[in-house]
Ligand binder design. Sequence first.
Ligand code: AMP
Length: 440
Amino acid sequence: MLFSDFGLSEPIVRAVVDCGYTEPTPIQIQGIPEVLAGKDLLAIAQTGTGKTAAFVLPMLHKLSEREELPPPTAKATNKPTKVHRGAIRALILAPTRELALQVEASVQRYSTHLRLKSMTIFGGMAMSPQIRQLRGRVDILVATPGRLLDHLQQGNLSLSQVEMLVLDEADRMLDMGFIRDIRRIISYLPQERQNLLFSATLIHEVKGFASSLLQEPTLIDIRSSQVTADTVAQMVYLVDRERKHHLLTHLIQQAQNDQMLVFTRTKHGADRLVKQLTQEQISAIAIHGNKTQAMRMRALSKFKQASVQVLVATDIAARGIDINQLPHVVNYDLPDCSEDYIHRIGRTGRAGANGKASSLVCGDEYSQLRSIQKLIKQSLPQEVIPGFEPSQQPPAPGKPTNKGRPRRQRRPAASAPSHGNLSPTRTILKDRKQRTRAVT
Ligand code: AMP
């Protein structure tokens, strides 16, 4: 199948060809016709599958097709606005700044031969440059929920002409406690619109939210029996915690010049690891929620330009990182939340390329390893590297484990808004995690 078979306009197909895409991915094959037909969508697709193009390409087609027509009459709950210049016609909500930036970069690439204008807004930056940009033409707005709500409440923009709403990584947004913000944002939208919800997992909360938002949606679930991409070779290295850093150095040396994205559980752990690697003459940089937005963007751009070999990241900060041809992801610590494993290793092996995901697992992480294997329905191959033998052997399947130190709760994300208390969804998820821990 070719992109031209979808009936997308010539400038869009040309932009896709410019990107070097030869054929659509499964989520694009299934999603693009549905979006073009005006259907609401509930798409379960893990990261790296080409899901952004699956909603952006048909969105651009529809918006540019109707560019010359007057905007549709809004049956909106029109909240008062002080400034109402541009007509925002599509709104894409993303959980993190990095993902918002990445999605907008895709919008720009795919709309390069069109007249449509896009913009990103997120927290951690001054409001005024965003307000100035909002006064100009903006057809497609990509935003994180907290900052968008701030702008709406100040009357800096109107969403009364929005024809399409996309919630990207909805599971993550709900997990981060954005549900109330999202509901408030939705109250600023016209009732008649197309809604597209993308999520890596179909957790209970996503189902509930989807049923309140979507009208007769088409469900597309492109997870195969394996949750992780076949293109990622996964390996578990058993090692003692205090030897992890030496094993990582060993893997980096083996990888020669290959770049690596390394995940740690805590911000402090990320900083400490960067310091240790730097002392060993390995170029490394950290990206996490304690860094300013400018520092995060600088770290990402250095890594993208390959001027550093290792990027050490925490989960929230890493969400949305899209680096072409990233060959190797390392879990220095296993994530507390098993779903994060899927998101982490989805950074490599994207769009058909081959990738490697290595996890350094010590004795007090065996129960997390079991939860991950249960989730991905795979038993991961394990290896002990000579010289790094662990003192504790992995338990036989079924035996209770983890007498190790208690794990800490995930803190709210740096970009999470501070409006009010925890949302019911967040509370449910916390309970769920606590229950999970109690039985492992
Ligand atoms: P996403 O899942 O949207 O984050 O996309 C992951 C990566 O796949 C991005 O780097 C895209 O540029 C790339 N990509 C998207 N669609 C295709 C395609 N049809 N062929 C090759 N690469 C693609």
